[in-house]
Design a protein around this ligand. Sequence first.
Ligand code: AMP
Ligand code: MG
Length: 415
Amino acid sequence: MVASEHPNADVRTRGFIQRSTVEEALTWIDSTLPEFARLGVEEVSLIDAAGRVLARDVTSCVNVPGFPRAMMDGFAVRAEDTQGSTPYNRLPLIVRGVSLPGNAFIGTLHAGEAVRIMTGAPMPNGADAVLPFELAQTDGERVMALGEVTPRKHVGQLGEDVGRGDVVARAGRVLRPQDLGLLSSLGFRTAPVIRRPRVRVVITGNELLPMGMAPEGFRITDANGPMLAALVARDAGAPVMSPIVPDDRDAILAAMRQEADVILVSGGSSVGQEDHVPTLLSEHGELAVHGIAMRPSSPTGMGRLDGRLVFLLPGNPVSCLCAYDFFAGRAIRAMGGRSRDWPYRQLQARLTRKLVSLVGRVDYARVCIRGSGAEPLAIGGASVLSSVTRADGFVIIPANSEGYPENAEVDVYLY
Ligand code: AMP
Ligand code: MG
């Protein structure tokens, strides 16, 4: 289909001619993502790498430990010299010196000898076990063994933790603090990670005042900018904010063409006289989906412009949040190498009141958790942002359902 032929390309003052299903919109995103999933690799300091996605397998160039080392404080010994020792049959060993972490004992241990050793210190040549202090009693120049140790007892062997050539972390892993500790111990300073998708947030609307200004007269203050910046950051994208853009075709197009991997346009995506964004996208790029059978967020759109993935999000703040979560967030997470699933914890709860929907439409119903119950909040009111600040989470009513009766057990996604 030629881009400009989208049936909903110009629905200004007419209303949507048809709606895509949520499923179709998700399918379009998933099938389009491979074009956009080549963000490239950046090396970041291990200090900043927690939570980043590893771009390739990391292989160790060294053995850890790099030398046999003591795993207990005590005495390095030849295990055979302790054979037969008990608290009632103490066997004497001559203490030849000491081995400390970073400061090895120089020399070789012979029969009947011991070296005082601390955890992490290199085992002396000739020693094959550590007699812990608990099994030893010092007696001048000598130490008495009070029990037996077997060969290799309390000794960390060369490469026991990590061997040279071992893959220690696989591409796609979300780096945890302990991974960074391991990488550092292998000599790495940086990790190769997938670059964060840069997400340009374009807020449109003649009526909007920027963050920090009190609403005045008929003007309202932008709610979507800070909300979208936070959502993008949550999904590990790098939000880039543009100044608020008026409902002006050239200004909107210029903002949509700024440097980015993903463009989020808030406002102007519906059927109002000043809703220019869908026609702009279909004229200059591709409007792949516009108008989705869901509530709220039905005026959502998506497509491409000059190699950027574009999401048209309704201006109503609740619709904007919902449309971001259904579509844009999924794409941003996937581009960054992360799970497409929602980053919300799930909880099962019983509805305290019925939730009504229409077959053919997906509903996003805000609920409060009261004990083991989920109490639906007013389902309408996509403009009422406090409905989502008061809610603890939301319930999705799928397209094939007319809703849920009171007492039905539902899955709640917790904000
Ligand atoms: P629109 O999607 O442009 O038709 O806007 C729908 C409704 O959301 C209108 O009442 C707008 O004033 C309001 N709105 C649009 N953008 C924002 C925004 N960034 N913050 C708060 N409200 C907005
Ligand atoms: Mg508007």
